[in-house]
Design a protein around this ligand. Structure first.
Ligand code: KIV
Ligand code: NA
Length: 275
């Protein structure tokens, strides 16, 4: 399994880091089988798996439940678990308690938190306690309400400069990597140059040191709208619908199951059954 220092080394060597989200045993297994560098148990869980319209309702219990399945599916891949909404803001103590549950109950390798400012001391506290932290700047979905929706962030030079300062603060606080979501690529380039730790982009351009995509977006699993920055590498949802429709029709038409899907009594048992 790669470690936080490996990711920093990869940046130094110019080797791109790959990350994909996973929420259960089969998605984690697939990500590991495909040699993904890191897995994120994202709180996007709330939207793509649990059907909420934001990440705000997701709880620590939800994250732990899914992260445990991911750990079982990908025992040899570095797993980062999102700290949910409002579990790392109230106090350092509350933050450490939340992270301790995630680390101990799910077997995560690191946690991810959104934002800088008041979150910086929380990152410091987590790292001091031995918990690797991934930061997350730009579009921070847990604050979508404050940001006015899911929109491109840091669209002015001034906001870009603030984001660069926030990135440096995250690095100083001890974060081992920073997710940059939905920002102009010119800002990504600056942040990636200013920081020694790797940036992992989503909708942040090719200049990030790595990329992350949501599993369901990458494979087209679901009929949800995907943002402009997503590339669907396959589109499984129509295939799934087609398969289930075919199954339903074959059951109605007595075409499934066939003898090859069925079990038989031995000859003598059959005789005694009917005899
Ligand atoms: O929850 C998530 O999937 C994320 C990624 C988009 C970075 O935080
Ligand atoms: Na997230």
């Amino acid at each position: 399994m790669k470690t936080t220092t490996d990711f920093v080394k990869m940046k130094k060597n110019g080797e791109k880091i790959t990350m994909v989200t996973a929420y259960d045993f089969p998605s984690a297994k697939a990500a590991e089988e495909a040699d993904t560098d890191m897995i994120l148990v994202g709180d996007s869980l709330g939207m793509v798996v649990l059907g909420y319209d934001s990440t705000v309702p997701v709880t620590i219990d939800d994250m732990v439940h899914h992260a445990k399945a991911v750990r079982r599916g990908a025992p040899n891949t570095f797993v980062v678990v999102d700290m949910p909404f409002m579990t790392y803001h109230l106090s350092r103590e509350e933050t450490l308690r939340s992270a301790a549950r995630i680390m101990q109950e799910s077997g995560a390798d690191a946690v991810k938190v959104e934002g800088a400012g008041g979150v910086i001391p929380m990152i410091e506290a987590l790292v001091e306690s031995g918990i690797p932290v991934m930061a997350h700047l730009g579009l921070t979905p847990q604050s979508a309400g404050v940001l006015g929706g899911f929109k491109v962030q840091a669209k002015t030079a001034e906001q870009g400069k603030q984001l660069i300062l926030d990135s440096i603060a995250c690095e100083k606080a001890g974060a081992f990597s920073i997710v940059l979501e939905c920002i102009p690529q010119q800002i990504t380039e600056k942040v990636s140059a200013e920081c020694q730790i790797p940036t992992v982009g989503i909708g942040a351009g090719v200049q990030a040191d790595g990329q992350v995509l949501v599993y369901h977006d990458l494979i087209g699993y679901g009929d949800h709208r995907v943002p402009k920055f997503v590339k669907k590498y396959t589109d499984v949802y129509p295939e799934i619908i087609h398969a289930i429709k075919k199954y339903n029709a074959e059951v109605k038409n007595h075409e499934f199951p066939t003898p090859s899907h069925s079990f038989n009594l031995k000859e003598e048992e059959r005789i005694s059954l009917y005899g």
